[in-house]
Design a protein around this ligand. Sequence first.
Ligand code: ZN
Length: 201
Amino acid sequence: MGLFGKKKLCPICGNEMKFLSGLQVEDGQICSDCEKMLRGKFNITEGFDRADYVIKNSDPLKVMTVAEIEEMIRSMKEEQAQIIENVGSDYANVAKADKCFSIAPKALDVGLKRAKAYKNRIVATSEIIAGEFAKDDTVTITTNGNDVTTTILDVIECSSSSTFETMLAANTGKHKVEAGTSAWIILDLTERVSEGSLIQK
Ligand SMILES: [Zn+2]
C-alpha cells in the first residue's frame, strides 16, 4: 500500500481527506470538518496517568464508531435545519447552546483583567449553525421565547487537542468562529442561558 494511492474519502460527508488530516475513531477515520462540527459534544479531558506520572489528554470522540458519528451528525443537521427555519430572516448568524457552564478563572492563569471580566460568566458550548461569531459581538440570546441582549466576551473554537481551561489560558486563535464548527462562547451574563438557548446576531 503506497502513501500516494487512492484518494481517501470521509465516510461521513464524502469529502476528500487531506494527507495526515482527519481523526482516527473506533473503526475508521473522519475528516476534520466533521470533527469540528461534533467537537463541542466531545470535549478533550485531562487526566493524570499513574503509569507515566504525567497529565494526559483523552478524547471521547475516538471511541465512537463511524456509524454512531454518522447518525449523530444526521440528527444534528436535521435539528439545525429546523432552527434556521424557525429563526427565518430575523437573524443571519445563529448558534445553538448545548452544554453551558460558569467560570471563575484565576488571575494567575488568564491575567487580572480577564479574570475580572470573566468572573462567574457563562460559557455556552455551541453549535455554530449559520454565519459567524466573534469577540465583542452584540448578540441576542433567546431562551424559551425570552430575549436578552449581551456581548460576547470571547469565542474559542472547541479544540481537538486541549481542554477549555488550557485554551482560555493560552488566549490564542482567531477569536472568531464560523458555521459548521463548535465553539465555546463566553457571554457577558451570569445566568439565563441554558441548553437549547439560541445565540443570534
Ligand atoms: Zn467529513
